[in-house]
Design a protein around this ligand. Sequence first.
Ligand SMILES: [Fe+2]
Ligand SMILES: [Fe+2]
Length: 340
Amino acid sequence: MAAANLQSVPQPQQAQGEEAPSAEDVAGQAYFDRVIAEDSRIEPRDWMPAAYRKTLTRQVSQHAHSEIIGMQPEANWITRAPSLKRKAILMAKVQDEAGHGLYLYSAAETLGTPRDVLNQQLLDGKAKYSSIFNYPARTWADMGAIGWLVDGAAIANQVPLCRASYGPYGRAMVRICKEESFHQRQGFEILLELSNGTPAQKQMAQDAVNRFYAPALMMFGPPDDDSPNSKQSMAWNIKRFSNDELRQRFVGMIAEQVKVLGLTLPDPELHYDEAAGRWIHKDLDWQEFKDVISGKGPCNAQRMARRREAHENGTWVREAARAYAQKQAAKRAAEEIGAA
Ligand SMILES: [Fe+2]
Ligand SMILES: [Fe+2]
């Protein structure tokens, strides 16, 4: 039992002039508190506090948007992949990301907001997505750095989310994490091959790692003392580790892996402080993070323009799917009348 959790779960409060919570809400809150305290799962039809629903809708839909926008930097390289094998691997990876977006939109919808509403929030620029996808993928080696560092950071972030208290989200993450491991491996392997290639190839790999290192560390979000919502998410068993804890795990992992690659991380300060029991890394530029998240990154405009264009181009598919669904419903209705 995690009694501490209960203390930070908001209790129904009665403001002046407001009606007292209904008996159903009181019972619902008690059930919710018990499920969270027992580290069990909340399912779509269960009672849940409005703030829990809102937080999850935002988190899961932003996660879905990130998967969909995240297809772009790599999709741009499918036609330029250096061999048939690399093309097939990259294509499979980009398709996986589309699948991740779809599982996550499905999970988000179970919280009550329809998918087209969530999608419109992205198209209108009202919803955010991961800042990392607003950086350009300049060379083939970037496919390696993105797989190794970006998918690697995603795994560090997402493995604990497999135990998220909201059932549909946690279950979606299980499959996603399996596929992310493949993504990280393929990225690592691209870098390894380049690192063992010509001096120019090795330099290209190093340059890609240099550019993606800091943005990948920023994927875990702002430092803990500047992350006001984290505490509540941890109390609700959505998040299991703080931003800084996850960043620590990740940096410790890549500090070892980079040696196998024969490359270096662009962080001369990086070392493990035995006394403090933590990795010390260079200061990250949080102003840059805020700028990129709020639309001022190098590729924000391009990513959104491409997404809107793809949505437009898909209009006929949505119309055809709707017409087919109506036809099937009419057919079923006619059959029911016939059978009656
Ligand atoms: Fe993904
Ligand atoms: Fe991935």
